[in-house]
Design a protein around this ligand. Structure first.
Ligand code: CA
Length: 244
């Protein structure tokens, strides 16, 4: 799937889309915005129907906060620095064909010894990892799939929203990654089994005891559509607006 070269009607369709639809069309598999959750309360585990995770490790504090994003979000702090603790979201159904677009904003407070954050995309059996992204204690982002180390894909910053978008093309068996609005990996084999079904979005953290050793997540969306538009005319801000 080459998104850098689309025919003229791609732009026409995109412009029509802007006028006709305020949000992206297609099927929504997960919509976790936290905007209807009680502030300063632990998040529930009601699953995708409730816009909540299905599991939160007992060692993990996952609290709905009114900041640092402009809308309510989820703050995560691991109370046990000796282990990786995790929370997991699931899609409303497992998907084995078409596109799966995973998009979210995250916020890091600190880069330093003892802090490491992992984002995983898994199938419904935990056998196939479509993608693992490690945000490490030096500020590097390293990637991996089920069978391949992808190496350093980028770096991250603290104290501001950091957008992440991953597109799985289940038919072509590829993945593409945008980090901070910049293409980091395009149309790369995802390495999972051909029949694997995407279902799980998991964040894990190994954090030290510092008060700012934490992260926040907001606007987690998993949808079936990628807006048809020439990549060179598509600012990141416009992509974000379409997917909110
Ligand atoms: Ca929100």
């Amino acid at each position: 799937m080459d998104r850098t070269r689309l025919p003229w009607w791609g732009l026409a369709a995109f412009l029509a889309f802007l006028f006709l639809a305020p949000v992206a069309s297609g099927e929504t598999y997960l919509n976790a915005t936290f905007d209807d959750k009680a502030i300063d309360q632990p998040i529930g585990v009601g699953g995708p129907e409730a816009g909540e995770p299905v599991y939160v490790d007992p060692a993990l504090q996952a609290i709905v906060r009114s900041s640092p994003f402009g809308t309510r979000c989820l703050e995560i702090h691991n109370t046990d620095p000796t282990q990786h603790s995790w929370l997991g979201f699931e899609m409303e159904k497992e998907v084995s064909s078409g596109l799966v677009v995973v998009i979210m904003d995250v916020w890091f407070y600190r880069i330093g010894p003892g802090d490491e954050f992992w984002l995983y995309l898994y199938d419904d059996t935990w056998v196939n990892r479509f993608l693992g992204l490690i945000f490490d204690e030096t500020g590097c982002i390293c990637g991996s799939t089920k069978g391949e180390e992808l190496g350093v894909l980028g770096s991250f910053s603290v104290g501001r929203p950091y957008p992440i978008m991953v597109v799985l093309d289940m038919d072509a068996e590829t993945l593409s990654i945008w980090l901070d609005g910049v293409p980091a990996l395009m149309d790369h084999p995802h390495g999972a089994d051909a029949a694997a079904r995407m279902q799980k979005v998991r964040w894990a953290g190994r954090m030290n005891a510092a008060p700012d050793s934490r992260m926040s997540i907001d606007q987690i969306r998993v949808i079936s559509d990628l807006v048809p538009a020439p990549a060179e005319s598509m600012t990141w801000g416009r992509i974000r607006a379409l997917y909110r």
